[in-house]
Structure formats: structure tokens, C-alpha cells
Ligand binder design. Structure first.
Ligand code: WTA
Length: 696
């Protein structure tokens, strides 16, 4: 792309620069990450690089006296020098962070023995050390285009400090969990940061989850204090968050768990009497009465920051745990390099904070960089399909980050609606969530970006904390549909069906060979499940669950999940969860759920259901089943196609052959293309299902 004269040079200006930084990052991670950690973050105690006293002297370190930060005292190297010297040089990583369950527990640790605070780095550091207090942190754009507001870093620090004091007044202390169920308003990142400031652990629950899904999460993490809002408009639809939360809390009470307080933001401002509860407290009133002085809680590097539930192949969603320092360094560094962030940029990520993208690239990554972001409450098609392009012009957005499903949905409305906007401010476009098909990639590149904005197709996961495989916008030549090359410190590998590493070109199961700072540390309350899920498939590797191809240039092409996880409109859904909801209905004896190719959603949900004696496959029954899934998970997990299956294809040992169901769902009719069917107990079942496929 033509360089703009008014912009500083890119952080990674060329492939040579990328290659040399990459080499150091994987060969000497301690040095590489130690240097970044020391230069670009604040630590309570001086951060000492391994075996490098000179570099340590330039480390930005802060006073151990927490009180002084609240009063706005800048931290200086001199202050750091006055601090008691750390006994041991800070260990950046146990480079040998063990990935091999056969040789001991998987214990991932980074920046051990140093203390920091992520909220301090997002706020106090920017306000008091970097002079960014008057910069806008968030431009908030409402669902209604007439509603907008902005918040500077100084205002954000003030509100976060007050809200942290509010949390404390409800007894929330270091290590406690807080449930957050909020719309996309500035109070959502405020709640997250307030938790981080005092060392509480936030569990943000996506606003689209049903009361049952929320109850499960509150119970698992024992969140006594809940932060929520009355409701929110998404497009024309109102989502009654408080109503849903009330039901969730009742559900928890039935299970013997008592929530002790609900802090409710009056966002719509018209909560009906019948939705009010005695535990409710008015957010804005409490915040106004609270003190703006809230000392930072200095936390061990490995102190948990948040948990975020995510779906896997089996069982209930897992609480993925990320910790303070490693996640901080990862979210910030990936943001800086991949969006090539420079002062003056205006960045916009359309993701919801209820998902990992909203954690790393709406809240933490941008704020750690002192960036200015757009925080969007609405949806891309309201009031019309030109909304994104209008918002880009309104705020002069330079980096725009969204999901393939949104791109495909907007593409359907044609080029003319895009052409009504200027989009001249755009420099970089990003995508995440699922493989992007080349047609959508090209439309994004040619029509939205008018051929001048590189596209960063970022592959990563809730578990990875941030980008893993991604282009660097000024360096990496792109290929439509490929996430290209690994980020610093990431060593990917492909494992073939024999369990061997694929050399050079080839395809296999995507794994990661060594630890990176943003890696998840555990499954909340279940470390064994962490080891089983991610480190038992291929011994010595982190298992991603994705299939992947490597081409002749070493580029990675993600082919999609190889486990029983669906990516529906970029939302991650476990087939087991949907099946669980379906078999909960008395009329269903068995259900098998698979994904099938869907034009807009990427993957649609296809359910084979076997009915109990006496039940008929009527539209009413299907309606009931749809509702059950909604109630169990949320509307985003809605089943697209129901298929009555008097029997399911099974092996002789009774295992459902999902591989075959996927073929049927995809509309394939030639049984010879189904692969090996010799293990089927009853081959006739397949023919029967092919001929009864809805729409066949
Ligand atoms: C998929 C979302 C292809 C992948 C950040 C992964 C992608 C899952 C891409 C994680 C991409 C994410 N290309 N596939 N650029 N980005 N995925 O945990 O299957 O919600 O395993 O995190 O999304 O979903 P999660």
C-alpha cells in the first residue's frame, strides 16, 4: 500500500525485520519478552532482565507505595531505584514451560516473581506517566445513531477507581470472582478494569446468553456479586438483561447458591417494577458517591485476571483462566504490531466484550497502548447496512476489525451502499473468528478498502489470549484466505494422522510447540481438564482443535475445527451443548448435532433427532426444540435444520459416526464419497438419512 507521508514508519516495516524479530523471539524468548516487558509496561518492583543489568536500568518501574499512584505521582526510574532491590532477577519464563504431561504437570508461568497490575498499565500509566490523560479512550457509539459519547483516559481512570471502590464496598476482595452481564457500553470495560485494579477476577458473560447458560457460569465460579444492566437495544430488538439475570439468580438459588448483590446500570432507564429485586443497587448512584481514590493492588504476575467460558468437544463450557502479566504483555504487543498502532489512530473492533476478542482487542490491548477506540453498542445492519461505513467516516477510523460473517452479510447488500461513504481514513482491515473465504476477503480488500488497506486475518483462540498466526500489515504479503505466518514467540506445527510432525508443505492438526506469554494457565477449578483437553492428544504439544494446511511459502491456512466445536457466525458452540439441550426434551431419545456450510454464518447448525415412541415430528415439536436450545444456550445457537432420524449411523460399538452425518448435512448424496463406511453397524441407515434430508 502507498505509504502515507504523515505516518511514522511501521513497527515491522519489512519481511526482513519480521524474520529477525521472529528468530530472536523463539530462540531467546527470555530476552525478547523481557525487553518488551521492561520497556513498555510498569511494574511494582524494578524489572530485571535475565543476565542484563544495563537493560534493567532503563526498565520502567514504579514505586512500591501504592497510595502514591492513586494521587497521580508519576513513577520514575529514580523512584524505582529507591525501591527495595528485588532479591532475584525476574524470571521471564520458565522457558522449559512443560507441555509434556508425561513428565509432570503443565505449569505455565511468565514474569514470575515480579508484580504488576493490568489496570494500572491501562490507566494510571497512560494518565500519569505518558501524559495521555486528555486523549479519548473510547468513543461510544450507541445502537441509535443519535446516541454517542466519549471518555478520556483521565475520566476512565476516575470512573474505574470509583467503581473499584463500589465493588469493595460489597466485600469484593483480591481473588474474588465477579459476574458481569452487560451491553456494549463504557461501563462494561469499566467493570472489567475495576476488577483488575483490586485483583478480583471477572467473568464476563455474553449478552446473548440465556438465563440457564448464565446460571451455569455464576454457579461454576461462585460469583456472589453481579454487575449488570436493565437492558439494551440491539437493532430494533430489546434484550431484557435484568429479566434474564433475575431468572438466572433464581436458578442459582434453587441450586443453593446465593448471589449477594446485583449492581444494575440504568441504561435504558425504564426497568419495570416487576423486574426490581431487593438485592439491586443503582450503579450510577453508587459510583457518584464513591471516592475516586482507589489504590492499585499490586499483584503477582500469575494472579488470575479473568475467566471466560468457552465451548469444547465435550461437557460443559470451560472457564479459561488468564493471568495478569503474561496476558497483559501478549494483548498489548499483538495489538501494537498487528494493527501497527500509532498515536492519532482511531481503532474499531466490532466484537462484543462477552467474547475473547472483546477482552483482548476492545478492552485490554487498545488501552494498554493508550489507543483511541470506538465502542459500538449496535449491529452492522441497523438502521441500515451502511452503518459500519458511516461510523468509520464519523470517527475517522484507521483500523477496522470484524468477523467474516459480518463481511459476508454486508457484502450481500451490494457495493453501492459502501460507496456512499468515504472510508479514506482506513489503513488496515482485520478479520477474526473463522476461516475467511477468498470471495469475502477480496470484497473486503477491494470494495471496503479500495485496494489500499492490507488485511490482517488473525488466527487465535480464547485459550491463546491473543493473535497467534497473522500477517504484519506493512511486511507480510497477503494471500486471500490465509492467516499467513506466526506472531513473535509462536512456534506452530502440524501433526499428521500418524502423530508425526509434518515437514514443509502439508496438512494436519495445528499444534503449538512452546509457551507464549498469553497462553491460558488453567481451566477454572479443574487443572486436570486443562491438561486433558490441550495436552493429551499430542504429547508435548498444545492442541488447538483446528485443522490446518501449510503451503510452499510456509503460510498457514486454517481449515476449521477438527473437533466437535462449531463456529457459527464466529460464535463458538459445542455440539454437545446443543445435543444436551435437545435430549432434555421428553420427546427426544437421541440427538446428534453437526455443522454444515452456511453462506452467511460460515457454519449452520444441523440437528439429527431420534424421537421417542408416541412423538411426532411436527412443526410444533420443532418449535419446542428450538426454544429449548434458546433457553439452554442463547438465540445465537439456534438450530437451522432439524432432521428426523429414526436411527443414527453408528459403529458396532455404538459410537455415532459424525463424519458421515457431516456429509449428509452438507447435502452429499453419493455414499461412495463418504469415506470408509465398513465399520457401520447398519449401512442402510445412511441411505435412509440421505433420502430423508430436508430439502432433498
Ligand atoms: C476459529 C476467537 C480461521 C478457529 C478469537 C479457532 C479462525 C476458533 C480464525 C477460536 C481465523 C479464529 N481463521 N479460523 N482467522 N480466528 N478462528 O475461542 O476455529 O471464540 O479455533 O476465539 O475460531 O474461537 P474463539
Amino acid at each position: 500500500p502507498p505509504a502515507r507521508s504523515d505516518r511514522p514508519a511501521a513497527h515491522v516495516p519489512s519481511m526482513d525485520a519480521y524474520r529477525s524479530m521472529y528468530r530472536e523471539s523463539v530462540e531467546d524468548p527470555d530476552r525478547f519478552w523481557g525487553r518488551i516487558a521492561a520497556r513498555e509496561f510498569s511494574w511494582e518492583t524494578p524489572f530485571i532482565l535475565p543476565g542484563d543489568a544495563a537493560a534493567s536500568a532503563s526498565a520502567i518501574a514504579s514505586k512500591p507505595d501504592a497510595e502514591s499512584h492513586a494521587n497521580g505521582n508519576a513513577t520514575t526510574a529514580a523512584a524505582a531505584a529507591a525501591a527495595p532491590a528485588a532479591a532475584d532477577p525476574t524470571k521471564v519464563t520458565s522457558q522449559q514451560s512443560n507441555f509434556d504431561v508425561r513428565t509432570g504437570p503443565v505449569a505455565i508461568k511468565w514474569f514470575e516473581s515480579s508484580r504488576t497490575n493490568l489496570a494500572y498499565n491501562c490507566l494510571d500509566r497512560n494518565v500519569h506517566e505518558r501524559g495521555l490523560g486528555d486523549n479519548v479512550a473510547f468513543f461510544w457509539e450507541g445502537n441509535n445513531p443519535e446516541q454517542a459519547s466519549k471518555l478520556t483516559y483521565r475520566q476512565l481512570l476516575d470512573r474505574v477507581s470509583r467503581f473499584a471502590n463500589v465493588l469493595k464496598s460489597f466485600g469484593v476482595a483480591k481473588g474474588d470472582t465477579v459476574g458481569v452481564y452487560m451491553p456494549m457500553v463504557v461501563e462494561l470495560p469499566i467493570a472489567m478494569l475495576a476488577c483488575a485494579r483490586i485483583g478480583a477476577i471477572h467473568s464476563v458473560m455474553f449478552g446473548g446468553f440465556s438465563h440457564e447458560a448464565i446460571a451455569g457460569r455464576i454457579l461454576d465460579a461462585k460469583c456472589k456479586v453481579i454487575v449488570t444492566a436493565d437492558g439494551v437495544f440491539r437493532g430494533e430488538k430489546v434484550i431484557p438483561l435484568k429479566h434474564i439475570m433475575n431468572k438466572a439468580i433464581e436458578h442459582c438459588a434453587e441450586q443453593g447458591f446465593a448471589v449477594t448483590a446485583t449492581i444494575v446500570l440504568a441504561h435504558l432507564g425504564n426497568l419495570p417494577e416487576e423486574e426490581k429485586r431487593s438485592l439491586d443497587r443503582d450503579w450510577l448512584k453508587l459510583e457518584a458517591e464513591a471516592s475516586p481514590d482507589c489504590p492499585v493492588e499490586w499483584l503477582e504476575a500469575e494472579h488470575p485476571l479473568f475467566m471466560l467460558y468457552t465451548s469444547g468437544s465435550t461437557g460443559r463450557p470451560k472457564g479459561v483462566v488468564h493471568t495478569q502479566a503474561g496476558y497483559m504483555v501478549w494483548a498489548a504487543t499483538t495489538f501494537k504490531y498487528v494493527f501497527d498502532y500509532h498515536p492519532g489512530d482511531v481503532y474499531w473492533c466490532t466484537a462484543d466484550c462477552g467474547w475473547i476478542t472483546g477482552h483482548s482487542y476492545v478492552t485490554y490491548g487498545p488501552l494498554l497502548n493508550g489507543a483511541t477506540s470506538v465502542l459500538f453498542e449496535g449491529i452492522p445492519t441497523y438502521p441500515d447496512a451502511g452503518r459500519c461505513w458511516q461510523v468509520i467516516d464519523k470517527y475517522q477510523v484507521t483500523q477496522f476489525y470484524t468477523a467474516p460473517t459480518a463481511i459476508r452479510a454486508l457484502m450481500k447488500f451490494g457495493d453501492e451502499i459502501v460507496a456512499r461513504s468515504s472510508r479514506a481514513s482506513l489503513r488496515i482491515l482485520g478479520t477474526v473468528g473463522e476461516p475467511i473465504n477468498p470471495a469475502a476477503w477480496l470484497w473486503y480488500f477491494n470494495v471496503v478498502g479500495e485496494g489500499r488497506c492490507p488485511i490482517v486475518d488473525t488466527w487465535w483462540q480464547t485459550e491463546t489470549g491473543g493473535f497467534m498466526i497473522t500477517p504484519f500489515p506493512a511486511a507480510t504479503p497477503c494471500k486471500p484466505g490465509s492467516a499467513t505466518l506466526p506472531f513473535f514467540g509462536v512456534v506452530p506445527a502440524l501433526i499428521d494422522s500418524q502423530g508425526r510432525e509434518v515437514e514443509g508443505e502439508g496438512e494436519g492438526s495445528l499444534v503449538i510447540k512452546q509457551s507464549w506469554p498469553g497462553q491460558m494457565r488453567t481451566v477454572f477449578g479443574d487443572h486436570k481438564r486443562f491438561e486433558e483437553t490441550y495436552f493429551s492428544q499430542h504429547k508435548g504439544y498444545y492442541f488447538s482443535g483446528d485443522g490446518c494446511r501449510r503451503d510452499e511459502d510456509g503460510y498457514y491456512w486454517i481449515t476449521g475445527r477438527i473437533d466437535d466445536v462449531l463456529m457459527v457466525s464466529g460464535h463458538r458452540i459445542g455440539t454437545a451443548e446443543v445435543e444436551g439441550a435437545l435430549v432434555g426434551h421428553e420427546g427426544v431419545v437421541e440427538a446428534a448435532v453437526v455443522g454444515y456450510p452456511h453462506d452467511i454464518k460460515g457454519e449452520g447448525i444441523y440437528a439429527f433427532v431420534t424421537l421417542a415412541e408416541g412423538f411426532k415430528f411436527t412443526p410444533e415439536l420443532v418449535q419446542h426444540l428450538k426454544l429449548d436450545v434458546r433457553e439452554n444456550i442463547g438465540a445465537f445457537a439456534s438450530v437451522d435444520i432439524f432432521h428426523e432420524a429414526p436411527a443414527l449411523p453408528k459403529t458396532r460399538s455404538g459410537k455415532i459416526m459424525r463424519r458421515i452425518l457431516r456429509k449428509i448435512a452438507a447435502g452429499e448424496t453419493d455414499i461412495h464419497s463418504f469415506g470408509d463406511t465398513s465399520t457401520l453397524a447398519d449401512p442402510n441407515v445412511v441411505e435412509m438419512l440421505i433420502s430423508t434430508r430436508p430439502g432433498h
